[in-house]
Design a protein around this ligand. Structure first.
Ligand code: SAM
Length: 265
């Protein structure tokens, strides 16, 4: 498949019934019990953010998790560094799930907080500083989730000081052009110097949540590097991680994590 005009086999983001995304099914399959690959991702993201703020300061700003879906761990990873976190999401069922988590999130997310708290002192201090149960803080900082599309971020002024996007740009379309546009829109939302973490499925053939099929664009770490490099400062790290249990999707080979800082325009 190329980046040219859509073929008949191509499934664009606007063609997909996102409101049919079932958050309970998705959580049951992926986030009820923490997977080794999520643990590995979360550890690296925690260290990346801790190193960034230790070096550059600037806590208390605004964070965004793009295409949050029913996953709270990117927001938990940003929690100590933010005065406000926006969860941008397109699917009404996922928005409803997120709204329901604000006044006290479900117990399965405690395993993810444990990982954030459990690093060496220099990496975990900001997380341990929020205590064993950061639910009150989560409710204050993570306000109403924002209904909307990743692609709308392209036309807006960069407004966020830190950002995450997990399993979104490649998992919402089969089009390489839309994948690249999605990554560009995410990076456009970030202010110069903002630290970011973005995770991707490697070589995904698409996935199902309950009875509903969803599209994916087959990408690899080279593509991730190529698409992110124009937006990132030198020193961005891109790593491939295996998922031995392969629960998140059928038909993929692993996960890719990119951690970096937004380059000045
Ligand atoms: C594979 S899920 C990933 C969810 C979550 N970030 C995670 O880490 O598990 C893809 C998410 O992107 C959302 N989505 C689809 N199209 C979108 C768009 N144009 N803008 C924002 N989110 C979108 C879906 O509703 C879904 O929640």
């Amino acid at each position: 498949m190329t980046s040219g005009s859509p073929t008949t086999a191509e499934k664009l983001n606007a063609d997909v019934p996102w409101d049919a995304f079932d958050p309970d099914e998705y959580i049951k399959r992926n986030y009820l019990e923490i997977q080794p690959v999520d643990r590995a991702i979360l550890t690296r993201v925690r260290d990346h953010f801790s190193d960034h703020f230790a070096k550059h300061g600037g806590r208390g700003g605004s964070g965004i998790d793009v295409g949050a879906g029913p996953n709270l761990y990117p927001a938990l990873a940003m929690l100590p560094w933010c005065g406000r976190i926006t969860l941008l999401e397109r699917s009404e069922q996922n928005l409803e799930y997120l709204r329901g988590q604000l006044s006290g999130y479900d117990a399965n997310w405690d395993q993810f907080w444990e990982v954030l708290k459990s690093g060496a002192r220099g990496k975990a201090a900001a997380y341990t500083g929020l205590g064993a149960d950061p639910r009150a803080r989560f409710g204050e900082v993570v306000r109403e989730p924002l209904p909307g599309s990743l692609f709308d971020l392209c036309g807006k002024k960069p407004a966020w000081d830190i950002g995450t996007m997990f399993f979104v740009a490649e998992s919402i379309t089969t089009s390489l052009e839309e994948f690249r546009q999605g990554v560009g829109c995410f990076m456009n939302a970030l202010k110069p110097g903002a630290p970011f973490a973005a995770a991707f499925m490697e070589h995904s053939e698409g996935y199902s949540v309950g009875a509903q099929d969803f599209p994916a664009r087959d990408i690899d770490d080279e593509e991730v590097r190529t698409v992110l490099e124009p937006y990132a400062e030198a020193g961005m790290k891109v790593v491939c991680l295996d998922n031995p249990k392969q629960l998140v999707r059928h038909g993929y080979t692993g996960m890719i994590l990119a951690c970096g800082r937004r380059r000045k325009r």
